[in-house]
Design a protein around this ligand. Structure first.
Ligand code: RP5
Length: 156
C-alpha cells in the first residue's frame, strides 16, 4: 500500500517534508506531487482518480490560504484524505485550517494541526496498520520509543 502526498505549491514543501520523512522512516511507499485545486484542476483530478487502482491507501493534501486542495481531492476519491493546513503569510494559518476543516456533510477530510505534516503521515500509517501487521508493530515501537524519550527527559 502507498500514500499519495500532494501540495498546492512548492512553497509548501518545507512543511510537507516532515510527512515524507515520516513515511520513509516507516518504510512506506509514497508518491509526492505539486498540484493545485485552483491552478491545475484537471491534472489534480486525473492524478486523484488514478490512485485507488494503483494501490494507494490514503492521500495527504497540504495547502495554505484558500486551502481547497484536500476537499477537492476528497471529492474525487473515496480513499481517506488527510488535510494539512499550511500557515501562510496571513491569519497565522487560520484561513487554511478553516478552509480545510469546514467540509460539507458527506465528503469527509481528516484535518491535522496547522503545519502538522508529521501527524498526517502517522495517521495515514495508522490507517494502513489496521490491516498491515508489520506497520502495526512499527507504530507500537514508535510509540514506546517516544514515551521512553519523554520519561528520560531532564530539565537543567
Ligand atoms: C496555496 O497557496 C498553496 O498551497 C500555498 O500554500 C499558497 C501560496 O502558494 P504560492 O503563491 O507560494 O505558490 O494554493
Amino acid at each position: 500500500m502507498k500514500v499519495g502526498v500532494v501540495m498546492g505549491s512548492t512553497s509548501d514543501w518545507n512543511v510537507v517534508k516532515a510527512a515524507v520523512d515520516t513515511l520513509e522512516q516507516f518504510g512506506v511507499e509514497h508518491e509526492t506531487k505539486v498540484l493545485s485545486a485552483h491552478r491545475t484542476p484537471a491534472e489534480l483530478e486525473a492524478w486523484v482518480k488514478s490512485l485507488r487502482e494503483r494501490g494507494f491507501a490514503a492521500v495527504i493534501a497540504a495547502a495554505g490560504g484558500a486551502a481547497h486542495l484536500a476537499g477537492v481531492v476528497a471529492a474525487f476519491t473515496t480513499l481517506p484524505v488527510i488535510g494539512v493546513p499550511v500557515k501562510g503569510a496571513s491569519f497565522e494559518g487560520m484561513d487554511s485550517l478553516l478552509s480545510m476543516v469546514q467540509m460539507p456533510s458527506g465528503i469527509p477530510v481528516a484535518v491535522v494541526a496547522v503545519n502538522g505534516a508529521k501527524n498526517a503521515a502517522l495517521l495515514s500509517i495508522e490507517i494502513m496498520a489496521v490491516t498491515d501487521k508489520d506497520l502495526e508493530k512499527k507504530m507500537d515501537a514508535f510509540r514506546k520509543e517516544q514515551a521512553a524519550k519523554v520519561l528520560a527527559s531532564k530539565l537543567d
